[in-house]
Ligand binder design. Structure first.
Ligand code: AOF
Ligand code: ZN
Length: 346
């Protein structure tokens, strides 16, 4: 199962909104087939594993065990049901980490397999499986995307230098080049990237993936999200350049102009729950929130976040925009170049 989990991770960044899934087929202690879900819309892990079995080993399938990181699917989506495939190949046993929370599957895959006489076990390395597909599980269980809060702060606790928010002075780079590359990789891994009004205005970010080459050359194309309640942002900002889809949440209008979609929310109801519900309906499973302090703290205040990633640089800014106050439990700390990266969970 550890090998199956390792294979599953090879799909990272290519399979969303599907989960990463790996599969190992074992016969008497020997691996006779391996596969993983490689790309959204394409073959599932089980099919790739079955296809990898050498012709001379195919007769062993009826005495084999399939280790699959997620319950085999039972529905016709972009792919036919994996449960049917395993039944057709007469695999003896299926062992999984987790049940599939997708209502199209949830339990019915196991039911199909059991009804066909296949032995089914689930819950092996369950926690590892849940962490691997935290986005997928959060989306189906909590009906909202998985939220990652990210920022870089100076040694003295600022996320922007003095004058930056008034457009005077030059924006300073707080984190180092390695950290920046890592952030671009994170952007490639999530469905969407979000910034607040002030950050959009003062940093004029492009929110694309420039510094991280995607292995197969396909450009990662995360949706950009900006909050602009009164529609005060200039359409000349990089966010509205039409190079990637952009969602602009506001109180004024719902309208699509080229790659930009404006979405009106009610000023009478809490903002973030409405926004996250809209993202859920658009099937966005994860959001990297890149600032600024007001937006980051509003997610913390609402208790609507899943992970916090904070770079601390050695730079000293002596004033500026205060970084958010960290809440949550430290789960890891590492050095990225000269920056210290800390990860927290609620
Ligand atoms: C599996 N094995 O490798 C994956 C599964 O549209 P489709 O046909 O690709 O189906 C997508 C759904 O299938 C997805 O939401 C999840 O419930 C399940 N993904 N299932 O048996 C796999 N990727
Ligand atoms: Zn499947």
């Amino acid at each position: 199962m550890r090998r199956a989990l390792e294979l599953a991770t090879l799909g990272r960044g290519h399979v969303s909104p599907n989960p990463m899934v790996g599969c190992v087929i074992e016969h008497q202690g020997r691996i006779i087939g391996e596969g993983w879900h490689q790309r959204y819309g394409e073959a599932h892990a089980e099919r790739n594993a079955v296809l990898s079995v050498r012709p001379e080993d195919e007769h062993l399938l009826p005495e084999s065990t399939a280790y699959v990181t997620l319950e085999p699917c039972s529905h016709y989506g972009k792919q036919p049901p994996c449960a049917d495939l395993l039944i057709e190949k007469r695999v003896r046993r299926v062992i999984c980490c987790n049940d599939d929370p997708n209502p199209l599957v949830s339990g019915q895959g196991f039911e199909k397999l059991r009804a066909a006489g296949i032995t089914v076990e689930t819950g092996l390395l369950a926690e590892t499986g849940r962490v691997l597909n935290a986005r997928f599980f959060t989306f189906f269980e909590q009906h909202r995307p998985y939220i990652i809060l990210k920022w870089a702060e100076s040694a003295d606790g600022y996320i922007a230098a003095k004058g930056e928010s008034t457009r005077e002075g030059k924006p300073v780079q707080i984190s180092g080049p390695l950290s920046q590359r890592l952030v671009h990789r994170w952007r490639a891994e999530e469905d969407a990237i979000m910034v607040g009004t002030n950050t959009a205005r003062t940093d004029n970010p492009r929110l694309n993936v420039r510094l991280f080459p995607v292995s197969d050359g396909s450009p990662a194309n995360p949706t950009r999200i900006v909050i602009d309640k009164q529609l005060q942002l200039s359409p000349d900002l990089n966010l509205f350049d039409g190079s990637q889809p952009t969602l602009g949440y506001n109180f004024i209008k719902t309208e699509t102009v080229g790659q930009t979609t404006y979405i009106q929310l009610s000023p009478d109801k809490p903002f973030l729950p409405q926004l996250l519900n809209d993202l859920y309906e658009r099937r966005i499973q994860s959001v990297l929130v890149e600032g600024g302090t007001t937006l980051l703290e509003s997610f913390m205040d609402a208790g609507l976040w899943d992970e916090m990633r904070v770079f601390r640089s050695q730079k000293i800014l002596l004033g500026g925009v205060r970084a958010p106050r960290v809440r949550g439990r430290l789960v890891s700390r590492e050095l990225i170049g000269k920056d210290e990266l800390s990860t927290y969970r609620p």
